[in-house]
Design a protein around this ligand. Structure first.
Ligand code: NAP
Length: 279
């Protein structure tokens, strides 16, 4: 029988624990989100983050900028937030307008406040065997979900489709740290199905419905990170859930799998940075 990796249930459990923890602090953690422009998806993500943070007692401040704001103005704001002792965590919502360099912005965030774990220091720590202040939210959420269902990584072949800095690359490193054997695939990978068929654990982070039942071996664990709207406006993942769930041992749904875990990790990271800041 296929088991659903229920991100919503795990989110509720973790957030309840976090709320109790935060209730016991006299000072509350503060998360600042910088949102540039009016990208509808970004606005929804930022609203969800704010609502979730407030529900568990995190102060959440959203700073909105118009689409045409200059890179320099954002950098000045980040400097100000870095110095502000009342701010524990800073997040710049991606994607950014084309005239602003993501790299220039992210590297300005104090690594001790870099709640996404994307700054060069935190990334460097992750990839050099050190300890970042926090781990990137989506990979961290995937590991929390696998751990909740006692899915062992050691010695397993994990195939990750997608090599972005926010999902594929950090996840590959985090899987390696758990002694998995890792293969990363991407748009130039040849004979993708030959590789995915050897996966004990398959993670797809593409944003297109590309994973079919015939590409997988029976009993594999399937984690679907992709999320997009199809032509009819329905929210979809990368995986043909209906058919793949007939052969997978575990599968994460979209919505309700990795998405809730990403936001949960953001809350966990905010509290971790707050506690490090306190001490
Ligand atoms: P991205 O930066 O666009 O990366 C997509 C990756 O997929 C790239 O590495 C690309 O290869 C690869 N790819 C594209 N078409 C492919 C194909 N036909 N076969 C194999 N690989 C292919 O995207 P991202 O930011 O990592 O996000 C990926 C998806 O996950 C999106 O749907 C996004 O919305 C979703 N996401 C969800 C969450 C969540 O919390 N649920 C969090 C983050 C992202 P190249 O590198 O060669 O271009």
């Amino acid at each position: 029988m296929t088991i659903i990796l229920d991100g919503k249930a795990l989110r509720e459990k973790i957030l309840a624990g976090l709320k109790l923890k935060i209730d016991n602090y006299t000072k509350k953690p503060t998360l600042v989100v910088i949102l540039i422009g009016k990208n509808p998806a970004s606005q929804i993500y930022v609203n969800n983050k704010k609502k979730t943070a407030e529900k568990i007692g995190i102060n959440s401040i959203v700073i909105n900028y118009p689409e045409n704001v200059s890179e320099q103005e954002i950098i000045l704001k980040i400097h100000e937030l870095n110095k502000d002792d009342n701010v524990d965590a800073i997040l710049v919502q991606l994607p950014l307008p084309k005239h602003i360099s993501k790299e220039n912005i992210i590297k300005m965030i104090d690594p001790k406040k870099d709640v996404d774990g994307f700054s060069p220091y935190n990334f460097g720590q992750l990839f050099s065997g050190g300890t970042p202040f926090v781990y990137p939210c989506t990979p961290k959420g995937i590991l929390l979900l696998l751990d909740e269902y006692n899915i062992e990584l050691e010695g397993k072949h994990a195939v990750i489709i997608g090599r972005s800095n926010i999902v594929g690359k950090p996840l590959a490193q985090m899987f390696l740290d758990r002694n998995a054997t890792v293969t990363i695939c991407h748009s130039r990978t040849k004979n993708l199905a030959d590789i995915t068929k050897t996966a004990d654990i398959l993670v797809s982070a593409v944003g297109e419905n590309i994973i079919e039942e015939k590409m997988l071996k029976s009993g594999c664990v399937v984690v679907d990170v992709g999320i997009f709207k199809d032509a009819s406006g329905r929210t979809r993942g990368d995986v043909d859930f209906e058919n793949v769930s007939k052969i997978a041992s575990y599968i994460s749904p979209v919505p309700g799998g990795v998405g809730p875990m990403t936001i949960t990790s953001l809350m966990l990271n905010t509290v971790e940075l707050f506690e490090k800041h306190l001490s």
